[in-house]
Structures are given as structure tokens and as C-alpha cells.
Design a protein around this ligand. Sequence first.
Ligand SMILES: *Cc1c(COP(=O)(O)O)cnc(C)c1O
Length: 470
Amino acid sequence: MNYISTRGQAGVRSFEDVLLAGLAPDGGLFVPEVWPSFAPGFLESLAGRPYEEVAVEVMLPFLGDSISREEFAGLVRNAYSRFAHRAVTPLIQLDQKTWLLELFHGPTLAFKDVALQLLGQLFDHILAKRGARITVVGATSGDTGSAAIEACRDRDAVDIFILYPAGRTSDVQRKQMTTVPSANVHAIAIEGNFDDCQALVKAMFGDADFRETLALAAVNSINWARIMAQIVYYVAAAVALGAPHRKVAFAVPTGNFGNVYAAYAAKRMGLPIERLIVGTNSNDILARFFATSEMRKETVVPTYSPSMDIQVSSNFERLLFELLGRDGSAVEAKLAEFQATGAFGVTPSVFAEVSSLFTGTAVDDAATKATIAQTYAKTGNVLDPHSAVAVQAAARAKESHDTAIVALACAHAAKFPEVVTEATGVHPALPPHMADLFERPERIVTLPNDLATVQNYVRTHARIGKEGKN
Ligand SMILES: *Cc1c(COP(=O)(O)O)cnc(C)c1O
């Protein structure tokens, strides 16, 4: 399996290259050169099998010959051994036609663990083979940082530096980053806001000498391997509900479009998905696109679901590439138009194609809170605000009665206790494996919003080049 860039200028790359590079050198995102497709009888053969086995079967075609089946099965087992539920991503029935796919049983209680736990294993495996090290550098407003830290902690070949805005994350989010005792983990509070943190990371990647010396790597959601790992739970859920003999729809709370794009990939491989319902909060650029065929940027407003407070969804570029007939220069032209004018549209025929699979709906804060309250009253399930967007989007869907609708629960309610307590009257408790989070000792490192100081800190603490290993 080889990969090409959505901008068409990066040639063909192997899985290993794509894993380590993240972004393509032409500024595009990597996608498979050809979509693999399920052989006849493949979905039937997955019925009743454990998540880890389904994961190996679904992802194997994407790896090419870089990892053997046995090695990969070991990495997958390790990745999901830290999940608190045996089913890894269990399905819970909410009513006659609606299910909840719980993706929050990983170490940091958000769905990003599903992909990042595997990414950590893949990094270590490939770097060990190459005798190389990398230095992961990232910025976080909360969730991604802790998931990346848990994925990279204690890995021989990886050091990780995560910048977060001092005093601007929730207590749970900060403690998930600062209480990890591993020597290769560096959570750094920056005296600034999230944009400052992001600007520092961008500047470090932009410094060619620094980037090469430290072998900087990114773990943000544009990494193909994260998409690949997310395809698995769509397949597992659909098979559990009777695919290929039963139609299924997914309602996905969406920010950067990574999660719902993985569902599209599953559909391209042959999963019988009838509809993808894109749920947004008041930052509704995607809901407006699926209603009007025009992508038009507005300013970001804060909501109860901060991981979806996004206007420009970077992974949408991958869908656009398919919609424009895999024409990299057409993608580039659309994105240049978006950059210059804040908007772009698609033709009626492209819109008809996209509308045959996708719909979008925006769920504001009032509807989010009401959904948390109603779901608790009706079923006893306590939703986090992101999951509530999905459940509300599922409730608004107009699918036929024999279609099962699966709403994706992307975070544990205990990560967002304020709004959940307001809506239900119940304070959501942290699950057992995290119950002592507030007693764990923190290591707080605070640095000024100054590039030279931060670079110096990273250079001093990264292991690369210091132990005879490159
Ligand atoms: C990251 C995140 C999202 C958005 O997912 P995308 O792949 O960016 O669309 C939704 N909910 C939660 C809880 C998240 O952490």
C-alpha cells in the first residue's frame, strides 16, 4: 500500500514515511493511493470476534509490507490493553433505533486514545527497527495533549514536549498531563494562550536546523495512522449490529473532520453505511456546508464542547480530494480560494454526491444541555457535551425504521463535570483507574512565551543525539 498527497505533488510514499511525516511535503494530507476493499464474506467473518482481531484484519491492508501480521497483532494488543472495557469500544442501546458507541474507555477518557495508543506503539516499533529517535512537539488546549502524552510515555525512541496555556485548561486536563512521572514526558505551561502555544510549535517546526537536529514529529489529527485506527470501530460497531445484512448510520460529533472522515473511509472499503450525520456545536461551518454547498468561515465562539470549537476542519481536505476526482491541483485551487476569500463552494453535481451520504446539523449549548438532561432521565446514561451533540444529531436524523443509528460518545462525562452536573444534578465521578488523579503529584514547568527559551528547554531535555543513538 502506497500513499499520495491531496495536493498531488509528493509522489508515492510508504506507510512508514507517512506515519513519521504527518503532513505531506507539498502541504497536503496523505491518503491511500487506492482504497482497499473488503473481500466477499469479510464482514461476516468478523462477527463475534474480539476488537483486537477485528482491528488487525481491518488495518492490515494499509501497512504494506512494513510490519508482519504477527508483529502488528502484538502492537494492537499492547495498544488496547490499557482500555478499561473488555470490548474496547462497547455499544450501548439507548432506544429502539439508537445506540451509543462508547469511545472513552482509554487512559485519558477521550476517543483520541483509540488512535494515539496505537500510534505510540507504531512509532516505537518503526524507530527501533531504524535505530532512530524522534522528538514529538505539540500544542494543546486540553484533550489532545494528554492523549499524546499517554501514547508516548515510557517509549524508548520518543521524547514528547506538550505546550499548554498556563491556567487555561481544566483541572482534570492539566493533571492528566502533569502527573505522568515518565522521564520522556515534558508538559510545559506557557505564559500565554493556546494560540501562543500553537505559534511556538509552528516556529519550532519552521526552524529547519532545530527540526532536523531533534527529528521533530507531529501527532496531530492530520496523521494518516490516526484515521486508519479510527476506521476499526465503525466496522466493529456495524458488524455487531448486523452488517452487512442491516443498514447502519453514524452520528459523529465533529471538529477537525478526522473522526467522521474515518467513517467515510470505512464506507469506501465496503462497509454498508447508509448515512453519516455530522453534528457540530454553534461553530457550524460544516453543518452549513452540508445544507448549502458553501464552506464559509466565521469566528470561533466558545461552547460546552471545546474540542469542537473549530472553524476550519483540516481533514475535510481529504474528502474534498475525493469529491474533486482526486485532482490535487483542483484541491489546491479551492483551498487558495478559501484562504483568500474565507469561502468556497462546490458544483451541484458534487453537492448531490456528497449529500447522498452526508447530512449536517448544529446543536447549540441549550440543546446540548437539554440532551444531557433528557438522556439521563430516559436511560440513566450520563453524556459528556460532545457525545450529547451526537445523540441530538441522531435524534434529528430522518432514517427509515430498519436503520440502526449509532451516536459516537467521544469523551467521558467526568472530563466536563460542570455542565453535566448542571444538566443532571449528578456530579460525574472519574472511573476507577483515574479516581486518584487529584492526589497524584504534579510536575509543573512554566516557561515564558519566548521561542528561544522554549527551544533551549527542548534541546536540553530531549535525548536525541545524547546516548550514541542518533
Ligand atoms: C477531538 C474531539 C472531537 C472532534 O473530533 P474530530 O476528529 O476533530 O472531528 C469531538 N469530541 C471530543 C471529545 C474530542 O476530543
